[in-house]
Every structure is written in structure tokens, then in C-alpha cells.
Design a protein. Structure first.
Length: 266
């Protein structure tokens, strides 16, 4: 995995203030200890500065000093040693270019550069929103039913596969359980969750909707993952229905649902 793939989403969340105070504090601490993260952060911010400068200059096509201004920007950003300097070079060849370049970079190009950066590194907003909030359901608090020994054995095995990320295996086991015991709430829920982990979102939606219709337990979890499936598929109106419902219950899912609703409204 490249540094861009490994760190870009986290860096973007920091740059665009899309982190909680705790997450921002952790990121800043990691910048001091993780050299690879620090280098990638510096590189991406440096590239944004370059894009801002070039984008602003493209608006000045009629100016006779355009070529000279572009050359100054390119020379500056092609110099790796400048990454560690707080000052900017003061070109002497054209006082007019110098006076013209920095105000433009400092005002108009900020917006242009950030938009280019966000498009380049974040990808589709719903994709990013899904990746930020999706994680496999923690089954550590799962309660086994003592009177259903055979079912419990298979559930334990399926959950073990699910928790270790072996989703093909968990999907097979939960499918068998669901077919044999369609009214078992755990089998239906984790069959749907295994389908999500395998990126079979349409199938997962059908299973989780069936779960909500037929069960009285784990409906909160089912609605959460249904909402995420619809986010992934860009079905914003359907996603909003589930997250609006969850936002009324408070707690972890209520708080996270409010966060997602704010992003979907943008």
C-alpha cells in the first residue's frame, strides 16, 4: 500500500476539519512520531500550494508577465529543499510579478486549490462517508442461547470467521444457518453483515430489511448497516430515513447518525 493510499483520507479529514477534537489531537501527536505520515502530510500540503499557485495564474492569461510568473512558481515548487523553509523566494527579475503573485495565491487560489485537492484525494463524497463510518460489527458482547447447542456451535464458528475477516467462510456458515433457521435473529443479522463485508450491498439490504420486519432484537444494528449500504449506493433519501430514525435514540448510533445526516445534507 502506498503512502497516499495509507494516509490520504486521514490527512484530508485533518485539513478539512472533519475530525473530532480527540482525533485531531491524535493526528497531531502521530505527526511527531510517524515519519512516513509526516512526510506524506508535508508532500500533500506542498502539492496543494503548487496547485493553488498554478490555478490562480491560469486566470491571468492576458497578462504579459504570465510566462515569467509561471516559471517562478514552477522553479520554486520543483526545489525539494524549499519544503523545510518557512520563507518564500523573492524573485528579482520582475517586481511586477512578485507584487502580483502572492496576493493572488493568498486569496483567490486558496479556494481553487482546496477544491482541486479535495477532488483529487477524497473521491466521491458518499464513498468517503461510507469508508469513514463502516466497520464490522463487534460481536464480543454476543449472547449465546444455552438451549440451542447445535445452533450456537455454528454461530460461534461463523462469528469467529467474521471477526477475523474471513468473510467468505462466515457468509457460507450464516447462509446455511439462515436457511435452516430463518427465524434465528443472529443468523439473519450476521448473514447480512457478511454480505456487506463481501460488498454485496443489494443482497445485504434485502436480508437486513427482512430482519427488521421479522425481529425485535438487533434492529438498531440492522438499521445502522442498512443506512450505510444506501450511502455506499448513493441512495441518499433511503439512507436519511434510517439515520433520522437512529438519531432519535441517542447513544453511539444516534450520535454517529447525526454526523452522517449533516454530511448528506451538504
Amino acid at each position: 500500500m502506498s503512502s497516499i493510499e495509507k494516509y490520504s483520507d486521514r490527512i484530508a479529514n485533518y485539513v478539512f476539519n472533519d475530525m473530532s477534537l480527540l482525533e485531531r489531537k491524535q493526528f497531531e501527536e502521530d505527526l511527531l512520531t510517524d515519519n512516513e505520515l509526516a512526510e506524506e502530510y508535508k508532500r500533500q500540503v506542498h502539492m496543494v500550494d503548487y496547485l493553488k499557485s498554478r490555478s490562480a495564474l491560469e486566470e491571468m492569461t492576458s497578462d504579459p508577465d504570465m510566462a515569467e510568473a509561471r516559471r517562478i512558481v514552477d522553479e520554486f515548487y520543483d526545489s525539494p529543499e524549499e519544503l523545510n523553509k518557512e520563507s518564500r523566494p523573492q524573485p528579482s527579475k520582475s517586481i511586477k510579478v512578485q507584487r502580483m503573485l502572492y496576493p493572488i495565491i493568498g486569496v483567490a487560489a486558496i479556494f481553487i486549490g482546496l477544491v482541486i485537492y479535495k477532488i483529487s484525494f477524497l473521491g466521491p463524497s458518499n464513498e468517503r462517508l461510507y469508508n469513514r463510518h463502516y466497520k464490522p460489527l463487534d460481536a464480543s458482547s454476543f449472547v449465546y442461547r444455552g438451549e440451542q447447542d447445535q445452533i450456537d456451535l455454528k454461530l460461534r464458528e461463523g462469528l469467529s470467521f467474521y471477526l477475523e475477516g474471513s468473510y467468505l467462510e462466515s457468509n457460507v456458515l450464516f447462509q446455511e444457518l439462515f436457511q435452516g433457521y430463518p427465524n434465528n435473529p443472529e443468523a439473519g443479522l450476521y448473514f447480512g453483515l457478511s454480505r456487506i463485508a463481501l460488498e454485496e450491498y443489494e443482497g445485504a439490504i434485502r436480508l437486513l430489511e427482512s430482519h427488521i420486519s421479522n425481529q425485535t432484537i438487533y434492529t438498531t444494528e440492522a438499521k445502522w448497516y442498512l443506512g450505510l449500504c444506501h450511502v455506499k449506493l448513493d441512495n441518499n433519501s433511503e439512507a436519511e430515513l434510517y439515520f433520522e430514525d437512529l438519531s432519535q435514540i441517542g447513544g453511539y448510533y444516534g450520535k454517529k447518525s447525526l454526523e452522517i445526516l449533516k454530511k448528506l445534507d451538504r
